[in-house]
Design a protein. Sequence first.
Length: 230
Amino acid sequence: MLDPFGTAARSFREPVRGPRDLNHPGWPESTPTVRLPDGGRLRLRPLTSRDSRPWREQRLLDEAFLRPVEPTVPGGWEAAHSSTAWWNYFTSMREASRNGQVIPFIIELDGRFAGQVTLGSIQHGSLSDCWIGYWVHSAHMGRGVATVACGLGTDHAFRRIGLHRVTATYLPDNPASGRVLALNGFRTEGYLRANLHIDGRWRDHHFVAQNVEDHPDTCVDRLRRIGRLK
């Protein structure tokens, strides 16, 4: 079996259990599969070269949802989602993943591509943290997919990568994203002024975070208790 980037590795069809890889903990691994209240089966699994078509198609279709909340892309949205742009993106993710700096996950819903979760700027040692970001294809909005995917990603950061802290930001006019993060145990720690260039201008963001010791259980456990998972 080949890993997402073409090197010999264990299969990632099923979640990896047991000892974490010493050089690149948490990669390449899939999360456990969980069930949404409507019966949908959801997991996170590594980004692969085969994801080019659905990644590009879904993001082009969802420009109206994604462009207002994502970093400004040079040359326009369509150019940023061309075949060439995809391979440039994939190559950069491949290099960063091999260096243990990022984990790019695909949200897989009932076996199909449904969005993305990224754990980025991974740092071990005295910092031991990363940030989490996510997007969900509009066809699956309203089912709690983003909330569950965020929970799986956060649990992976703590339980498989072995980090101490996970952070995130969201726009003041995107309270739905704030709700996703709050349901997963993130707490507001600050307000960042003009910190990211979004859709052509500098935008403020709420800054949230959680530490591994903040909660005695996992995000998935808590989501299941409040009825967000079966």
